[in-house]
Write a protein that binds this ligand. Structure first.
Ligand code: AMP
Length: 186
């Protein structure tokens, strides 16, 4: 099974994607995690990405698309995967479709965790206190939400048009949300 997880920052998609990947035995690939690790180690990618991330902006498409191309070419995704945090723009979504076509990989579902803005702001402020992520300050959170609505939300329609979008109510307890996800992807 090959899945893409979509949802605004703070929708819980990272947590739920990890949980589902463990439960059904899929590779979990989070571009945010890869980038944060690159920043920490100070690789070329990390140096280029850091400023965008701390401002809550998206890292340029070419950098991210390269990263995913390498993963696809490595064969790591062969036995099923969850992409978490990618694609985030229409050019990324279209490149992904091309990569999959060339490599004969099928995308089964794009799972959208639907959460309203008020709940998102509440959750991200909580996460800022607990994890101290550099991009969880109030201004940056608002920027990331705006970026999501403008640049990432159009992807929902793209996958809806391919009849693979599944929207899941993303409010409630993490366990209740996970049960909903299992019903469509378990
Ligand atoms: P995340 O952990 O998915 O919320 O990602 C954290 C940050 O990493 C984002 O705010 C972006 O700056 C960057 N990022 C992660 N994935 C992507 C992507 N697919 N395209 C562009 N930037 C990304």
């Amino acid at each position: 099974m090959n899945l893409v997880f979509l949802g605004p920052p703070g929708s819980g998609k990272g947590t739920q994607a990890i949980r589902l990947a463990e439960k059904v035995g899929l590779v979990h690939l989070s571009t945010g995690d890869v980038l944060r690790a690159a920043v920490k180690v100070g690789t070329e990618l990390g140096k280029k990405a850091e400023g965008f991330m701390t401002r809550g902006e998206l890292v340029p498409d070419d950098l991210i698309i390269c990263l995913i191309e390498e993963k696809v070419a490595s064969g790591d995704l062969k036995s099923g995967f969850i992409l978490d945090g990618f694609p985030r723009t229409m050019p990324q979504a279209e490149s992904l479709t091309d990569m999959f076509t060339k490599n004969k990989i099928g995308l089964d579902k794009a799972i959208l965790l639907d959460v309203g803005d008020a709940e998102i702001l509440k959750r991200l402020k909580g996460r800022a206190e607990i994890e101290g992520r550099a991009d969880d300050t109030e201004d940056v959170i608002k920027n990331r939400l705006e970026v999501y609505r403008k640049q990432t939300q159009p992807i929902e329609d793209y996958y809806r048009g391919q009849s693979i979008l599944v929207a899941i109510e993303g409010e409630g307890t993490p366990d209740a949300i996970f049960e909903r996800i299992l019903k469509v992807a378990g």
